[in-house]
Write a protein that binds this ligand. Sequence first.
Ligand SMILES: NC(=O)c1ccc[n+]([C@@H]2O[C@H](COP(=O)([O-])OP(=O)(O)OC[C@H]3O[C@@H](n4cnc5c(N)ncnc54)[C@H](O)[C@@H]3O)[C@@H](O)[C@H]2O)c1
Length: 261
Amino acid sequence: MDLQLKGKVVIVTGGSKGIGEGISRCLAREGAIPVIASRSVAESEQLAGELQDAGIPALFVGGDLSVPGQCRAVVEQTASRFGSIYGIVNNAGINDAIGLEKGGPDGFRSSLDKNLHHYYGLVHFALPYLKESRGAIVNVSSKVALTGQGNTSGYAAAKGAQLALTREWAAELLPYGIRVNAVLPAEVMTPLYETWLKTAFKDPEAKKKEITARIPLEKRMTTKEEIADMVAFLLSPRSGHTTGQWVVVDGGYVHLDRSIT
Ligand SMILES: NC(=O)c1ccc[n+]([C@@H]2O[C@H](COP(=O)([O-])OP(=O)(O)OC[C@H]3O[C@@H](n4cnc5c(N)ncnc54)[C@H](O)[C@@H]3O)[C@@H](O)[C@H]2O)c1
């Protein structure tokens, strides 16, 4: 299936590691132009260079998206380089374990800076370009928005808000033909996930086995490529009548009946 993404400029936050890396690579394979907005300098330079060598004019815009002004800078640098923006993939985030006991109000606020405010900021600043291109937005949320996790109030609040904003923006942007959808991963082996396993559990390997044994479809984790394929499809004109949706890409982990799985 031709996703009709050739030459389209898509900003991918956190686009050089984990799920974001998968998304940037998938978009490049489809002929789209990924703009990697990330604070991971070495990985981003490496990936952008690799894609450029393969003939994709990928761009890397460095910086921490939780810092005021950074979202505007990402949009300005993208627009000045390419003159257009078709898509936004809001993906950068961190499960920072700000719970009810650990963190307090300042920690909670800072967690929303890391996980939520830049989702809004990027779309706000990119809106004139998205209107011109009748573009698309994909928000990467999490199963935590639906299930909770415990001891991670800031992350959970941000992930839930991303789902609400998906519906809200889908409604607001109907007149411009801009579609907005969310993808909810559950268990995907990435640097973020590895850190969580190592810091939250005494025996990370045993915990990983316990989790994968509970994933209904094929008793395995979802790959970042499987998340990326769904994101690319939702960005593409091939999903032209899909908007305001939350798509849970998790091998049935969240929704299938426990009694049969
Ligand atoms: N891995 C999973 O199983 C899983 C599950 C559910 C949801 N998610 C979501 O998927 C998204 C990606 O997660 P991942 O596991 O690939 O993470 P990751 O940590 O492996 O990669 C994220 C990348 O984004 C960058 N980044 C994070 N915050 C940033 C900021 N403020 N400014 C600039 N760059 C920033 C990081 O430096 C890193 O390069 C996140 O929104 C996460 O909540 C992941």
